[in-house]
Design a protein around this ligand. Structure first.
Ligand code: MVZ
Length: 304
């Protein structure tokens, strides 16, 4: 049967992985330096969408492992976006430049879809039209963008690590608002508060058109990402279906640095101590569609 993307178990007693069956954990082993951890989202039988900055040019596929729930996968290849170049603006005093910070990790064996392993919907695919209950092929990519990213503050979610009562790590959904309104300017201005960008005069050199901005305290206090959340999906929930609109790229304040992980127990409310300028930046999936379409052309995703 045609696999349905963006479908999860919703009942409260479902396992975390059943509630987020696209969630992937990526670990990169580096000789003498331990591990780097990132997140990603399953987007087809063979590919995980994540952030390009999780990898360096020296990383070999053998050093990388991907886990979807309890299941481990080998990595065949990492395809970073061709325009991603972290050192591109070093001469202009910008040490790290995250434009086009996306990558597709090809895994093997082919993922057998189940209640704990199922792809999230990518915008501008037939699966996303079905998930949005819009007619295919009448519905266009532009329609998807108007539905998913209208002007205003858009409710979205990402998943972060937490400690459950058993002491091992779980995952917890965080709700944030994408500032796609007049607040977008203030959101992007706060990028200057990142230690890497204090000397930047023109913030649009760093926060390019490719980014969505979340975080801050207006209209509500948004939780923030941690470095370990890099590569995870920024998701819009529409009824009981989920569509990925962003890839977590970078932030102003690493709220997890030298801090214990928050508890997974929702009732143990973690007091949000982030400053008002703590913002997070995500690559807008709509801005990298030509690359996605090319890389995923054999995956049967039926791009619009
Ligand atoms: C998700 C994520 C990635 C990276 Br890389 C961070 N580091 C950083 N941002 C700017 C320069 N370096 C952070 C921070 Cl800080 C919070 N969340 C982050």
């Amino acid at each position: 049967t045609l696999s349905m993307c963006g479908l999860a178990k919703e009942h409260s007693s479902a396992e975390q992985q059943e509630k987020n069956p696209w969630h992937a954990s990526i670990s990169i082993r580096r000789e003498g330096k331990g591990f780097e951890h990132c997140k990603g989202a399953l987007v087809s039988e063979y590919f995980i969408l994540t952030a390009a900055h999780c990898f360096t040019i020296d990383d070999k596929a053998e050093q990388i492992t991907v886990k979807i729930g309890r299941q481990g996968f080998n990595v065949v290849a990492v395809h970073s976006h061709p325009q991603y170049q972290i050192g591109k603006l070093r001469d202009q005093g910008i040490p790290e430049f995250y434009d086009y910070d996306v990558a597709l990790v090809k895994i093997q064996p082919k993922v057998k879809f189940s209640s704990v392993a199922r792809p999230i919907c990518l915008p501008c695919t037939a699966g996303a039209s079905r998930a949005l209950r819009k007619p295919h092929p009448q519905t266009t990519c532009k329609d998807h963008e108007e539905i998913l990213l209208p002007a205003g503050n858009i409710l979205s979610l990402f998943v972060t690590d937490c400690i459950n009562n058993g002491g091992n790590s779980g995952m917890r959904r965080q709700t944030v608002r994408i500032k796609n309104s007049e607040q977008k300017v203030a959101c992007e201005e706060d990028a200057k508060k990142a230690k890497h960008y204090v000397n930047v005069t023109n913030i649009s050199d760093v926060v390019t058109d490719r980014f969505l901005c979340t975080g801050g305290i207006h209209p509500e206090v948004d939780p923030n990402t941690c470095k370990g959340d890099s590569g995870g999906p920024l998701i819009i929930q529409n009824r009981l279906r989920y569509v990925q609109v962003g890839v977590i790229s970078w932030g102003v304040v690493d709220v997890c640095k030298n801090k214990r992980l928050p508890s997974c127990d929702k009732n143990k409310h973690v007091p949000v101590q982030s400053p008002s300028y703590a913002r997070d930046f995500h690559i807008n999936v709509f801005k990298v569609l030509p690359w996605l379409k090319e890389q995923l052309s054999m995956e049967g995703l039926d791009f619009l």
